[in-house]
Design a protein around this ligand. Sequence first.
Ligand SMILES: Nc1nc2c(ncn2[C@@H]2O[C@H](COP(=O)(O)OP(=O)(O)OP(=O)(O)O)[C@@H](O)[C@H]2O)c(=O)[nH]1
Ligand SMILES: [Mg+2]
Length: 305
Amino acid sequence: MSGNDDNEAGNDFRCGYATIIGRPNVGKSTLLNRIIGQKLSITSRKPQTTQRRLLGIKTDEHHQTIYIDTPGMQSRYQDAIHRYMRREISNALLHIDVLVFMIEALKWTEAEEEILEAIKDIKVPVLLLINKIDLVGDKENLLPYIREVSERKDFSDIIPISAGKGTNIRQVETAISALLPRAPAEFPEDQITDRSEKFIAAEFIREKLIRKLGKELPYRITVVIEKFTRERQGVTIDAIIWVESSSQKAIVIGKEGGVLKSAGEQARKDMQIMLDSKVYLRTWVKVKKNWSDDQRLLKQLGFES
Ligand SMILES: Nc1nc2c(ncn2[C@@H]2O[C@H](COP(=O)(O)OP(=O)(O)OP(=O)(O)O)[C@@H](O)[C@H]2O)c(=O)[nH]1
Ligand SMILES: [Mg+2]
């Protein structure tokens, strides 16, 4: 609950869910982190970084907006992990108040067409965000592009932004909060996500590895935290990095352990910021053959349906 009494502010309070969708790599997770003002969702230059839904919750005096970051939408792959990712998107489209469709400036691909098709029967307002405008050299090109995309659907608003640089983000928040229904807050005002510190710690390790490794590996690696204990001198975290073959294991470990060592070191720094504490991190790489295409193994590794 918002903690508001029956005063005017209480009656006017708005709360609701805004799901962010878009093809892989357009900048959805970057936007969520930018709005929340903290790193919750991992990001990378490689497509298909986000595997699971994650909430970012932002509360002010008059609104609580519950953003849902989703995996990039694509239909190319049919294995179990990708089917899981698509289910995560479908679930994030249920019971929402606003849909935020993100595209990349000056681009419109087959993937965007597929998304339009997927959301054609959606009843809630759809806000179109054109991201990465910082990459557009000649801003004159944006106007005809905006005109063109505006004809694709009856969008409630179209906002050019740069999630990376932080341009027009306030405008996005205002547009979304105006579309939320009058309702009391669902989460305590100081809660910023539905995910545990343990989940986010595992994601930090995955992010560092994705950033260091080739483009085929992101969805072949998953991280499970085996131990997470907070003591007076700091937090001890034991993590297992699961891969699918011994050759992948060798790549993740790297020459003389270099890749794993530097990924672990970078992840540990992010964890220390998040946990505001010293972190002692230990990592192991283990092989589970074909986990990403095995429903049972996915479940075992924490991909709850
Ligand atoms: N130049 C520029 N780069 C951006 C911007 N927003 C995001 N990026 C970069 O684009 C890449 C993808 O960003 P993510 O936030 O991981 O994209 P995503 O849509 O969540 O991707 P998936 O989780 O794979 O679906 C990262 O390298 C970001 O740093 C932006 O406004 N400008
Ligand atoms: Mg993402």
